[in-house]
Design a binder for this molecule. Structure first.
Ligand SMILES: [Fe+2]
Length: 293
């Protein structure tokens, strides 16, 4: 498949690292205007206390205000299982439209069952302002951007290509860390392999921005690489690893991984576009379904 990608367009990319969940959030600025997009923001959660805070989001918001940027989009690359989204907070403070991949509906159906949601929980993605279709072109200011469906880690995963920068979500990690897990409900190692090939088919000089990094081997945290570097040295898919051997490796490895610490709160909140669930009286309340994951 070929896409209208303009590698000459060079957006300014500002990373914001959340050390608690090892997540990189990004502010991506259109080089032609003051418009920007926020990708994968994080709401702080003290899980033991059931208390949220906006320290990470405030750092992002302050940067945007100081730079006098206008927010066009607040994007989730997928329904994260390891942190809560701060999208509603940032939208209320800065404006912009929230968006996620159109297969969010599948994720909502799956986890509506896990969390025994009632009929008031919509499963059609309406909690988000926009659902991106695969191959959809949209704009941050005057910069054309491309949404690419990259299922495998989760069904609704998308990579977002903005000029010479691609935000790959949980598909590839840095070359020395490989790839994201594919064992959550709705995940599929074969689909993940196919999605990764889609990313590796982008131009070699495309900058790739990670959603997570865990700094293996005590190196520093890293968030940026290129298509060429991933093809050359990614430990899971580099050097033309076959689909069958990737699936075998991924499934064997996933079987050894524990669930992310915040998966239960994160899914309940993120499948609502970051809104907090409430009980019958309207109080914000999270559920812990037993023996379902
Ligand atoms: Fe993820």
């Amino acid at each position: 498949m070929s896409y209208a990608i303009d590698i000459q367009v060079q957006p300014e990319v500002k990373p914001f690292f959340d050390p608690q969940t090892h997540t990189f959030s990004y502010v991506v600025k259109d080089p032609f205007s003051k418009a920007c997009a926020v990708i994968d923001s994080v709401l702080d959660l003290d899980y033991a206390a059931g208390r949220t805070a906006t320290h990470h989001a405030d750092t992002i918001a302050t940067y945007i205000e100081q730079q006098q940027l206008s927010v066009d989009w607040i994007i989730e690359t997928h329904v994260h299982a390891d942190h809560l989204s701060a999208a509603p907070y940032l939208k209320a403070r800065l404006g912009g439209k929230t968006g996620i991949g159109h297969r969010i509906t599948q994720v909502q159906h799956t986890f509506a069952d896990v969390f025994n949601e009632d009929e008031y929980f919509a499963r059609d993605g309406r909690q988000f302002d926009h659902l991106f279709a695969d191959g959809e072109t949209y704009y941050v200011g005057d910069m054309a951007c491309l949404a690419l469906s990259t299922p495998g880690h989760t069904p609704a995963c998308m990579a977002h290509v903005m000029g010479n920068a691609a935000f790959v979500g949980d598909t590839l990690f840095m070359p020395d860390a490989g790839s994201a897990r594919a064992d959550f409900p709705g995940g599929d190692a074969g689909e993940l392999y196919d999605s990764i090939q889609k990313i590796l088919d982008l131009p070699d000089e495309m900058r790739l921005f990670m959603c997570h990094d865990y700094a293996p081997g005590d190196r520093d945290f890293c968030y940026e690489t290129t298509v060429a570097e991933e093809k050359r040295s990614n430990i899971h898919v580099g050097q033309g690893q076959t689909r069958a051997s990737f699936i075998a490796m991924r499934e064997a490895r996933d079987a050894t991984l524990g669930m992310p610490q915040l998966i239960l709160p994160a899914l309940q909140v993120n499948m609502r576009a970051g809104a907090m669930p409430t009980d019958a009286s309207g109080r914000t309340m999270l559920k812990i379904p037993l023996n379902r994951l």
